[in-house]
Design a protein around this ligand. Structure first.
Ligand code: ATP
Length: 358
């Protein structure tokens, strides 16, 4: 259904686009992807987020057909992808290295897959124009890749990937070679493009800010497994375990023992007993982790007795590190504080949270 003149047709039914079960890939004796189940909705922006080597790219390559799973299934548009070669899948990929053909113009690069499929010249020209319009590169059709900036080359790579009207666009760290400012611009453009096209994007990054800026759903991975799959706000505010809490944003993780788990939960830690919103599945006596982010901490007269250790200028404010009973808490302040000074620190017990160790 076209929503704008430059939109590419997308599947009209709503619901699930891709579903994988028990997806597993080994390289020699190493398991890169370990029994992953996935449901990717149509028209959504889904991002795989995790540290280097956790298996994100391998999952993308199995969806694209560049790798064959050792176990498990992938169903796309209701059909199994087993044995379907990459060029026959309704999927296209944008890579980190734009991989444009240097000897072809922008037009030639974008048109390439269509000319292989013997479309008419008029049809090719109209489709290339639509794809270049969509990425704001209409004026650049005659240029060669070396005459473009990195950001422009990546826009061309995206135009080339959407021209065949895939049902699913896979993007493997497409912005990581660009500087921070260009990345910010292209993030906004990609998100906008995904909405306009109405096709599902599956994106891979190890940058959590990028994942949050772009995604409807974030799939956090660690060591070949999916650790949490949720909307960005849930991932940030209610991480499934200590790994996610640590990987996503700054957090001080303090080990402790659950001492109450009723309407609220309470955990006994080195900074005392802290009460937090209730956590499911933890019982009194269980070991768990208290997570406190910088925005959960403020200075207050009746607070914990803390000593300022480090003060880091962040441009708009100061990041302060202060020690309480051997635990370092971080918080933001408008003014610099003096290392060695004593302050009271209040932890916002509604927003700090308790999470599982793993
Ligand atoms: P990055 O963010 O660094 O790209 P990733 O999460 O995408 O990492 P993968 O590229 O999927 O990780 O790799 C997962 C694991 O599989 C890694 O340990 C990697 O070294 C290994 N691996 C990936 N491809 C191969 C290969 N062709 N042969 C052997 N091992 C591989």
């Amino acid at each position: 259904m076209a929503t704008t003149p430059d939109a590419v047709d997308a599947p009209s039914r709503s619901g699930l686009l891709l579903s994988a079960r028990g997806l597993t890939k080994n390289y020699g004796r190493d398991r890169a992807v370990d029994s992953v189940d996935l449901d990717i909705p149509e028209r959504a922006f889904t991002t795989f987020l995790g540290p280097s080597g956790c298996g994100k790219t391998t999952i993308l390559r199995m969806i694209a057909g560049f790798e064959t799973p050792d176990a498990g299934s992938i169903v796309l548009d209701g059909r199994s992808l087993a044995g379907v070669p990459p060029e026959r899948r309704p999927v296209n990929t944008v890579f980190q290295s734009y991989a444009l053909f240097p000897h072809l113009t922008v037009f030639g690069n974008v048109a390439f897959s269509l000319t292989l499929r013997r479309h008419s010249n008029v049809d090719v020209a109209a489709r290339v124009k639509r794809a270049l319009d969509a990425v704001h590169m209409t004026e650049f059709g005659d240029r060669y890749p070396h005459q473009l900036s990195g950001g422009q080359q990546q826009r061309v790579a995206v135009a080339r990937a959407i021209i065949a009207e895939p049902h699913l666009l896979l993007l493997d760290e497409p912005l990581s070679a660009l500087d921070k400012k260009m990345r910010g611009h292209l993030q906004i453009e990609l998100k906008d493009l995904q909405r306009r096209l109405g096709i599902a994007f599956v994106y891979v990054t190890h940058d959590q800010e990028e994942a949050f800026a772009l995604s409807d759903i974030v799939v956090v991975m660690n060591k070949g497994r999916v650790v949490q799959k949720a909307a960005p706000l849930t991932i940030y505010a209610r991480p499934a375990n200590a790994f996610v809490a640590d990987f996503i944003g700054a957090a001080t993780l303090i080990p402790g023992t659950i001492v109450d788990n009723g309407v609220a939960s309470a955990i006994d830690t080195a900074i005392g007993i802290v009460q937090c919103p209730a956590v499911e599945g933890l019982a009194i006596g269980d070991k768990a982790v208290l997570a406190i982010r910088p925005e959960h901490v403020r200075i207050g007269v009746d607070g914990l007795n803390a000593t300022i250790r480090h003060v880091v200028f962040k441009g708009d404010r100061y990041l302060i590190e202060a020690e309480v009973n051997g635990i370092v808490l971080q918080f933001m302040a408008d003014d610099p504080l003096t290392p060695g000074a004593n302050v009271g620190l209040v932890v916002d017990q509604e927003r700090a949270f308790i999470t599982r160790i793993d």
